[in-house]
Design a protein around this ligand. Structure first.
Ligand SMILES: O=CC(=O)O
Length: 356
């Protein structure tokens, strides 16, 4: 016998679908009153197609691989309801004032949202979408690649091979350090840290340590990682990878204090945000042999000027912020950002929303 609650459960998806359809139809019926959306860059096709095919917004786009000039952004955001942006755009009071009260949703095609003034967004009741999870595997993969490139001195070795430095086979030449039997430290344990640890376990890492604001027992138990203080992380780890978000608390958390406590053979890798590192302190630690090497996918500023002292060091491998750069991942990020934006415009729950 069907009860009312059975029927409610059975019809729930149809009711939700129907209500979304009605909202879309209402938007379409409004014709030229469709909400305006500004996209700050050329984006992967999946995201753009979702927005176009929704038929529920008017799109204007900065159709270039280079960032939109600030003055153009300030002009174009005026009167929009939705802003689809990247990590290169600082969305602060100035931009939000320029947008005006129409702005309802900001959707960033990035997992990091340190470029958004959350306090300003919250005060104005603007909802914020971001793109976690879909890039976890790509970032973990690149982190491992950068770690190995740094620890096994791959860039230096390729240069030597190309440039005549490759003489005979020498027992003491181009030696790095191996992962087998090592202690591996994760600064900021989350989805990405876990994915890195899972990839590194088969390399024979003996022990995983982590430091975070507080222990994350459930996550840590999945990779058998032990919570330690930052001091202990520095002292015990042969490798340290930074996976924390950039916040006022983590700004320059990797500084001379930390580097001076690290092992001389330690390798330091950062694929989170450049500003978690004091680069001058890192430079001195690398030059003075306080640590053995550093692999950076992120720097301050970006791009790092080609004459920056860090580029002169053989024991520093610098990548141009490409951790999530696989075709599939960038498409997935663009699609998630598009779906966040559309959901926000409809007033529905976003697939991935930053809690404000
Ligand atoms: O750095 C990349 C991102 O935040 O997605």
């Amino acid at each position: 016998m069907w009860s009312f609650s059975h029927i409610k459960v059975l019809y729930k998806p149809f009711v939700a679908e129907f209500s979304t359809c009605c909202k879309l139809q209402a938007m379409k019926a409004a014709g030229r009153h469709l909400p305006k959306v500004y996209i700050t860059r050329r984006i992967p096709p999946d995201g753009l197609n979702i927005l176009k095919q929704s038929g529920s917004c008017q799109i204007e786009q900065w159709d270039s691989d280079d960032p939109v000039p600030r003055s153009e952004l300030l002009k174009k955001v005026s009167g929009v309801q939705g802003l689809y942006c990247l990590l290169t755009e600082k969305i602060d009071k100035e931009v939000l004032d320029a947008a005006g009260p129409s702005l309802k949703v900001v959707s960033t095609m990035s997992v990091g949202y340190d470029h958004l003034s959350l306090e300003e967004l919250k005060q104005r009741g603007i909802r914020v979408g971001f793109t976690p999870d879909v890039l976890t595997e790509a970032v973990a993969e690149l982190t491992v690649a950068l770690l190995l490139a740094t620890s096994r001195r791959l860039i230096e070795a390729v240069d030597e091979a190309k440039n005549g430095g490759w003489g005979t086979w020498k027992p003491l030449w181009m030696c790095g350090s191996g992962l087998t039997g090592s202690t591996f430290g994760i600064l900021g344990l989350g989805r990405i840290g876990e994915a890195i640890a899972k990839r590194l376990k088969p390399f024979g890492v003996k022990k995983f340590l982590y430091n975070d604001i507080a222990p994350r027992d459930e996550l840590a138990s999945r990779i058998s990682a032990e919570f330690v203080s930052l001091e202990e992380l520095a002292k015990q780890s042969d490798f340290i990878t930074v996976c924390c978000a950039l916040t006022p608390e983590t700004q320059e958390i990797c500084n001379k204090h930390l580097f001076s406590r690290m092992k001389k053979n330690a390798i330091f890798v950062n694929t989170s945000r450049g500003a978690v590192v004091n680069q001058e302190d890192l430079y001195h630690a690398l030059v003075n042999g306080q640590i053995a090497g550093a692999g950076l996918d992120v720097t301050v500023p970006e791009p790092l000027p080609t004459d920056h002292p860090l580029f002169k060091l053989k024991n520093c491998v610098i990548l141009p912020h490409i951790a999530s750069a696989t075709v599939e991942t960038r498409n997935a990020m663009s699609a998630l950002a598009a779906n966040n934006l559309l959901a926000g415009l409809r007033g529905d729950a976003m697939p991935k929303e930053v809690p404000l």
